[in-house]
Design a protein around this ligand. Structure first.
Ligand code: G3P
Length: 217
């Protein structure tokens, strides 16, 4: 399963990139606001060292303007995936931009029928938002499972990019279901390594080693 980092914080991306944990990056207007930076500049900087897909989201709502924005974002670097919302104008934009050879990530997906439309529009990625469904007492992982089944039934090539990831359990469950990608905040990726028994076991190893009086170097 691929790990995309869901942030526009370049330092945080670099830290995980140096560990080989960055297969791509996703941003959105809220993450750009949080970064305090210009979308074109920060996206260009991310693409200067991340070779996997880097999602940059359009902000227009009408297809003609979305297409123009998408072409401008795609011109930043060859690994840009243009992010469009799951609306009919977004689907039209997806169809046009994918036909021109650009990657498109269809975002703000909350139903299997929406994901079916995105696949038929030729989306490179579909971004179902797990956490926001959980927030309203629906099961975001059920949606990932439904989309996996539908895409496999018809051999759709659109990659399931599970988004709105809030915990290591979301990551594990997405891997069990077979999502192609998870996009997660840096803190969630880092939390994947944490386990109390690992810490406890290492602590005991070091205490026992100290008692041997030995050194390796
Ligand atoms: O990529 C989508 C993600 O940024 C949304 O996450 O936690 O705001 O639902 P969240």
């Amino acid at each position: 399963m691929k790990f995309f980092i869901d942030t526009a914080d370049v330092d945080a991306i670099r830290e995980l990139h140096d560990l080989g944990m960055v297969d791509g990056v996703t941003t959105n207007p809220s993450l750009i606001l949080k970064s305090g930076r210009d979308i074109l500049e920060v996206t260009k900087e991310i693409c200067s060292f991340v070779t996997g897909p880097v999602s940059a989201e359009v902000v227009a709502v009408k297809a003609d303007e979305m297409i123009a924005e998408g072409r401008k974002l795609a011109a930043i670097a060859p690994n840009i995936a243009v992010k469009v919302p799951l609306t009919w104008d977004g689907l039209k934009t997806c169809k046009v931009l994918t036909s021109e050879g650009f990657m498109v990530n269809v975002t703000l997906c909350f139903s299997a029928n929406q994901a079916l439309l995105a696949a038929k529009a030729g989306a490179t990625f579909i971004s179902p938002f797990i956490g926001r469904l959980d927030d309203i007492n629906l099961d975001g992982l059920d949606l990932i499972g439904d989309i996996r089944t539908i895409y496999d039934n018809y051999d759709f090539k659109t990659q399931i990019l599970a988004a709105s990831i809030r915990s290591p359990n979301h990551v594990k469950d997405c891997a069990m279901i077979g999502a192609d990608v998870v996009t997660a905040p840096p803190a969630v990726i880092k939390a994947l390594a944490s386990h109390v028994l690992t810490d406890k076991g290492l602590d005991q190893f070091l205490k026992d080693w100290a008692k041997t009086g030995q050194k390796i170097l």
